[in-house]
Design a protein. Structure first.
Length: 237
């Protein structure tokens, strides 16, 4: 079990997906589950602030991820291809809103854990290493400057045929950072035993190689508990 967490647009999706492919392991894009749930709530006219009503939709959602040729899977929900809607920035913002509700987080917990199957799972999100898979054998926290993350998101959206303006993206990323880091339930934070990598200025390939090195390194792949007073492992790629 490998957990890859970090803020919005830190490159987690690209790197985690590529790693899963290389290892021939399963892949969980946990953010997509929050996005899908937000979209499903809006489709049914449920206000996003109504956490318990939103959470109650989870059992009705038949979600399938189909591996595509690129670094993103196609996403099917109850037989409908929702890939484009799920990837849109608005869905990310809506996901971040419902994600602050403990009922929503609890409803998605088992869904996420069910992805853990042999031979292994690479999971990307905000609380993979802290809450959903606390026993992961490798936990990585990927970070990058907000400006770099906005640039990456811009490029990613353009490649998906979605137009977005840089100032708006920067603002969006900053807003989401504040919400995801400051919510009382499962806030975005590096697990004490996570390897923190600042990926600013480094391409995805380099980040991937760094994580692979952690996996094969003699000591790095071992689970590690921080002793009291010990700081996180911080590293740049
Ligand atoms: O990774 P993403 O941008 O697709 O995630 C969208 C939002 O979903 C993110 O801003 C916060 C929420 N989320 C979460 O709270 N916990 C996760 N494990 C994954 C996503």
């Amino acid at each position: 079990m490998i957990a890859i967490d970090g803020p919005s647009a830190a490159g987690k999706g690209t790197v985690a997906h590529a790693l899963a492919r290389k290892l021939r392991w399963h892949f969980l894009d946990s953010g997509a589950l929050y996005r899908i749930l937000a979209l499903a709530a809006l489709q049914r006219g449920i206000p996003l602030q109504q956490g318990s009503q939103v959470a109650a939709l989870v059992p009705d959602l038949d979600i399938r991820f189909d591996p595509g040729d690129d670094d993103r899977d196609r996403i099917w929900v109850n037989g409908q291809d929702l890939t484009t809607a799920v990837r849109a920035e608005t869905a990310g913002r809506q996901a971040s809103q419902i994600a602050a509700d403990p009922a929503v987080r609890a409803a998605l917990l088992q869904r996420q854990r069910a992805f853990r199957q042999a031979p292994g799972l690479v999971a990307d999100g905000r609380d993979m290493g802290t809450v959903v898979f606390p026993d992961a054998c490798l936990k990585v926290f990927l970070d990058a400057s907000p400006e770099e993350r906005a640039r990456r998101r811009h490029r990613q959206l353009r490649m998906a045929g979605i137009e977005a303006k840089m100032p708006a993206l920067c603002e969006e990323i900053r807003e989401r950072d504040v919400r995801d880091r400051n919510r009382p339930h499962s806030p975005l934070v590096a697990a004490p035993d996570a390897v923190v990598l600042d990926t600013t200025g480094f391409p995805a390939d380099t980040v991937l190689s760094r994580i692979e090195a952690l996996l094969t390194g003699p000591t790095d792949r071992l689970p590690r508990k921080a002793a009291s007073g010990e700081t996180d492992r911080k590293d740049s790629v």
